[in-house]
Each structure stands twice: as structure tokens, then as C-alpha cells.
Design a protein around this ligand. Structure first.
Ligand code: AHR
Length: 539
């Protein structure tokens, strides 16, 4: 099973360039904001209980019940918005259950209680939601991290009134209303100032099984009046499942029956895309098509990276449809669920529904997806990897007092160098990498990535998907000369490498050497199965 990426660690010798990267410094695309590095926290399995929340009385280091190691790690990352409380959970959640004295809050069956993989799991908060972690606790978590909250309102099972009263609870000044005073009485006098609000989740499925037309009508009703309290609310519609262009087209058609003014209430259009089908064309069955998180073949490695690479086409195709209705593109895309979804079986604790290990494959998958967002920084306003901890494509795994950062965390930290910069156009040319699908050969690009410019510093991130071959590229900087280059890399001798509680540093970011050639040219060798960042000071 071990596929070695050994050349990554061989002594460096001069190689002839087989690839070419051109960075067009004078061709800006859009700003790389921290919100492209957003997160997602759902009341699902071990995400909240055993993940974010350990409780104030816990022997596990915490601040107000929130796991301290998690907050300390998140402070090292871009401060992207954190989406909560779901996911599918959001459309069965009554926010009033999660406020007031904790010991008086009701216990409810969790949305996920009857999920196929949940039935055999132990009793506990993943099955019966104790509501210990509610609106105040979540917003305090965001404050500790320094990230904006993004709340998803319940459109399936609560009336519109509960939505605008949740806004009131969060954002009204203390002393101005009964709900604001309840928030203050719970210890949060200062309003939370929540700007991002999701209007339902996956309304085509768990969020109500609506048609696009029905959802558009509900969307108008739910957003027709919301109190502002000095916060410019950014409302996000429940957009398509992957490539369902008809959901986007029909929603916009129906929404705009009441005129273009409706677009003022649609800041973002959600898009969900999971990379789950590792079967290489054998099946499209949701359960059967998934592969193991750790024990995957080389072909499955490439296949899942290709699945993730579909993000590019999803963004451009939905964007084109949105443009038919919104020529000025006032509404941006919000990719508020993305990541790898593997078969169950590698979770670190039995209660962690959808918990999965995260290997180098997930690191590359995250890197190429973030690169995609940078290349479409004019279209994508926010993205939220699913989910933060103990779940799908997580940055962290934790159980009781044990905690570890996954390779994906290191990608987020490395890529943070882009944030605050302006994404600029880049062109990659490299020999494609072949692999086998069930019905014939397939291929993935040989090098991919993105570039951004802040002041006179260029950040270039590059993924080499080849499991065993390094790739040497000549990098041309059009519009600047090179003063200095620094490089770092995330790689491992084995493509299945991952971090565990006992080996937390098996995969991490390391410094690498970069060869500067002359004037506007840099030559760099990208190790097999790696993610690299070059930081280039321009003259
Ligand atoms: O992230 C897990 C689930 O996937 C979310 O609850 C739902 O929105 C999606 O289908």
C-alpha cells in the first residue's frame, strides 16, 4: 500500500525544468479575504461536544467551556467566518432552546439520530442534544478566535418571526428590547453584531424538500423584514447541490418575479460540493462510492483530487447562470460546505458520526480547492470547509483531553500568506498525470495553484499531485523582478501520512530551499505529492 514520495527528501540536485508557471502580476482578479478560509461547526457527531465544547468544569484546558487548544490553533489561521449550527441540523434547531441558564435548557433528539451510521453509536449528546452550547457560547467561541459568526436560520420548521427575533437576540443593544436583555442577562451585554445569516440549508433536501420556486417564495418572505441594528446584514440563500444549474436558474427566475430589488437581500448564493466518489466510475451510489480515508490506492488518490477539481467548473457555471439575472453580479457565491467525504471507520471516537482521518490526500485536496477560490476571488465571497473538528475534512481531531491538528490545518496556515493580497492571474503548464478509471485511462493536471500580490510581495502556492515524481518548474514573473525567494512545503514520504494523537507532527509545514535564477525567473522543484508556498519579494 505504501506509495513513497521519497524523492521529496532526496538531496537536491539541479534538474531541468519540465514545467512552466507564469504569474501575471498586473492582472488582478479580486481580493483574497479571510472569509475564503471560513469554517463550519454543526451539532453533528463529535463536532460540538468533545470537539469545540468541553464544559466549564472540565479538566481539559478551556476558556468558558471552549477547548483552549482549538482556539489557540485557530488563532494561527486566517479569521474566516464560522458557520453554525448546521447543516441539516439548522432546520430542526430552535435557537430558544440554547439560551438562558444551561441547566434549564431542554434536551432534544438530534437531527442526525436516525442516520444510517448513527444507530449503532453510543447514547450521548450526539444523539440527544443537551443545548449546552447555544447562541451565547457559539458567539463567545467566535470572539475567542477573532472570527465573524455566520448563523444558519431554520426555514423548514420555524416561522419567519423566529428568524428576525434571533437577529434581535444577537444584535439589538442591551436595554432596547426584552430579547436583547435576555442576552445581556446571560453575560453578553455587548451585541454580537452578527452580519452573515443563512436562510435555510440545503432547502432542496433536508432543509424542506422544496422546489426551487417554493424556496424562492419562502426566501422572499423570510427576508422581507429583518431588523438591522446598525449591522448591514449579509443574507445567504441555500444554493445548489453541486452542478444543479436548474436550481440556480429557477430560484433566480422566481425571486426576480418581484423585481431586481430582491437582489439587495441576496448577498450570497450558497454552493455545496463534497468530493466523495472514489470509485473511479464504478458507481454513483452515495454509500458504495466512498473510499477509505487512509487505505486508498494511487488511482483513488488521483480520482478524489479530480473530484475536488470540479469546483472550478461549478463556480464558473453557476456564476454564468447568476449573471443572466444579475448582470452586475451583486450576489456572490458562498461555498459554505466543501471538502472530502470518506467512508466511515477512521473516526477517533465512537460518537463521532462522519468523523474521519485526514491524510496528505486531504491536504492536497484542500490546497487545490483554496487555490480555486483564489483564482475566482471575484466570484466567491466566502467558503467554509466542512467541518472544523472531528468530522468530514477536519482541521482538528480531538477526544477527551487528546487533540491533534491534521495536515489540512497546516495547509490553511501555509495558505494564510495569501490573505490580504490581491489574487493575480497565473498560468500553469506541466505534463498531465495519468491514472486508471474503471472504463479507461484518465488524467489530472501536473501542477496547479494560485498567486496573490500584497504590496510588492508575491505569494505563489503550488500543488504537485504526482505520487512519485517531483516537478521542476521555471516560474516567470511578468511585471516584476525577483529580489528574494522563500519557500515552504508540506509533504511526507508516504501519501497516506497523517497525524495522530501519538504522532502529531508526522505531517507539518517545513522550510524548503528555493533556487533563484535571474531577473524575473525562479526555478523551483516541487516534490511529489506536496503542497508548496513560494514567497517572492519583487523589485
Ligand atoms: O456536513 C454534513 C452535512 O452535509 C450537512 O449537514 C448538510 O448540509 C450536508 O448535506
Amino acid at each position: 500500500m505504501a506509495v513513497m514520495a521519497a524523492a521529496a527528501f532526496a538531496p537536491r540536485t539541479a534538474r531541468a525544468a519540465s514545467s512552466r508557471i507564469d504569474v501575471l502580476v498586473d492582472e488582478p482578479i479580486g481580493p483574497v479575504t479571510a472569509d475564503l478560509y471560513g469554517h463550519f461547526v454543526e451539532h453533528l457527531g463529535g463536532v460540538v461536544y468533545d470537539g469545540v465544547w468541553v464544559g466549564e468544569g472540565s479538566k481539559i484546558a478551556n476558556d468558558g467551556g471552549i477547548r483552549r487548544a482549538l482556539v489557540e490553533h485557530m488563532r494561527r489561521l486566517p479569521k474566516g467566518a464560522i458557520r453554525w449550527p448546521g447543516g441539516c441540523f439548522a432546520d430542526s434547531y430552535d435557537w430558544r432552546d440554547g439560551i438562558g441558564p444551561r441547566d434549564a435548557r431542554p434536551v432534544r433528539p438530534n437531527f442526525w439520530i436516525d442516520e444510517r451510521g448513527m444507530v449503532k453509536r453510543p447514547a450521548g449528546p450526539a444523539k440527544h442534544e443537551p443545548n449546552t452550547f447555544g447562541t451565547n457560547e457559539f458567539n463567545r467561541f467566535c470572539r475567542q478566535v477573532g472570527a465573524p459568526p455566520y448563523l444558519a436560520a431554520n426555514l423548514r420548521s420555524l416561522p419567519a418571526r423566529d428568524f428576525y427575533q434571533w437577529v434581535e437576540y444577537c444584535n439589538a443593544p442591551a436595554g432596547s428590547s426584552t430579547l436583547a436583555d435576555r442576552r445581556a442577562a446571560a453575560g453578553d451585554r455587548e451585541p454580537f453584531g452578527v452580519r452573515y445569516w443563512g436562510v435555510g440549508n440545503e432547502s432542496w433536501g433536508c432543509g424542506g424538500e422544496f422546489t426551487a420556486e417554493e424556496y424562492a417564495t419562502e426566501y422572499r418572505r423570510f427576508t422581507a423584514w429583518l431588523p438591522q441594528y446598525g449591522v448591514e446584514l449579509a443574507l445567504i440563500g441555500s444554493g445548489p447541490n453541486g452542478g444543479d444549474l436548474s436550481w440556480t436558474r429557477r430560484f433566480f427566475t422566481k425571486l426576480l418575479e418581484k423585481g431586481e430589488g430582491q437582489l439587495r437581500r441576496l448577498w450570497g448564493w450558497g454552493l455545496h460540493h463534497y468530493s466523495w466518489n472514489a470509485s473511479r466510475g464504478r458507481t454513483t451510489d452515495w454509500y458504495d462510492g466512498k473510499g477509505d480515508a487512509v487505505a486508498f490506492s494511487t488511482d483513488e488518490w488521483y480520482e478524489l483530487l479530480n473530484e475536488a477539481d470540479r469546483m472550478d467548473g461549478l463556480i464558473t457555471s453557476h456564476w454564468a447562470v447568476m449573471g443572466e439575472y444579475d448582470r452586475r453580479h451583486r450576489t456572490k457565491l458562498v461555498v459554505d460546505e466543501w471538502g472530502a467525504w470518506h467512508r466511515e471507520g477512521t473516526e477517533v471516537a465512537p460518537s463521532h458520526l462522519f468523523g474521519q482521518q485526514s491524510t496528505m490526500r486531504d491536504a492536497l485536496l484542500a490546497a487545490l480547492t483554496l487555490d480555486t477560490f483564489h483564482r475566482h476571488a471575484d466570484k466567491v465571497a466566502m467558503a467554509n470547509v466542512a467541518q472544523l473538528i472531528n468530522c468530514l475534512h477536519s482541521l482538528f481531531l480531538a477526544h477527551e483531553d487528546r487533540f491533534v491538528a491534521t495536515p489540512t490545518f497546516h495547509v490553511f496556515e501555509m495558505y494564510g500568506g495569501h490573505v490580504g493580497g490581491q489574487s493575480v492571474r497565473s498560468v500553469f503548464s506541466a505534463p498531465r498525470v495519468s491514472y486508471a478509471r474503471v472504463n479507461g485511462p484518465a488524467a489530472i493536471w501536473g501542477l496547479g495553484g494560485s498567486a496573490s500580490l500584497r504590496d510588492r510581495t508575491l505569494t505563489l502556492t503550488v500543488v504537485n499531485p504526482h505520487v512519485s515524481e517531483p516537478s521542476t518548474a521555471e516560474i516567470g514573473i511578468r511585471g516584476g523582478s525577483v529580489k528574494a525567494v522563500r519557500a515552504s512545503v508540506i509533504g511526507a514520504p508516504d501519501i497516506h501520512a497523517h497525524n495522530t494523537f501519538d504522532r502529531p507532527d508526522a505531517v507539518r509545514q517545513r522550510e524548503a530551499s528555493a533556487e533563484r535564477v535571474s531577473g524575473p525567473l525562479v526555478t523551483h522543484t516541487f516534490p511529489p505529492a506536496s503542497v508548496s508556498r513560494l514567497t517572492i519579494d519583487l523589485g
